[in-house]
Design a protein around this ligand. Sequence first.
Ligand SMILES: [Ca+2]
Ligand SMILES: [Ca+2]
Length: 132
Amino acid sequence: MSDGVNLSPPILVRVIQFLSDGNRDQLPNSWATTHGVSGGASDDSDNDGCTNLEEWLLNSDPNDPLSSLWVDLSSSNISWTSRRNDLYQLQSTTNLLDGFLAEGNPLLSTSTNEALAVEFGDQKFYRIQRLK
Ligand SMILES: [Ca+2]
Ligand SMILES: [Ca+2]
C-alpha cells in the first residue's frame, strides 16, 4: 500500500465468509433452514449418534440416520463414510504433540464409503480430514 510518501510491503487480504447464526445455536441459519432443523446443536434429530453440530461439520444429513460418520480400522485399511465428490486427506502422526502430516494424495470420493491402506506396526495415529 502507498500513501504517496511511504511504501509498505504487500499485504495479503483474505475474505472470510461468516455464516449467520441469528439464534446463536452454533448452527448456521441457512443450513438449519435447508435441512428443517429446529433443534439445537447438541440435539440428534435423526438419532444416528451424531449431534446436529457434528452433522453440519461433517456435511451429513441431519434427517437421515444412514448419513453420519463412521470410521473403521481393519488389519490393513482405514475406511469411513464419505460423500461423493468430497475431497479427503489421510493424515497420520506418531506423536499427537507434533501434529498430523498428510499421507499420500487427497482422495476425491466416488462412493459413500472409502478405504485406504494403512501401515500397522509401531504406534501411529490416523485421521481423515475432509478438505471439501
Ligand atoms: Ca444426527
Ligand atoms: Ca445423520
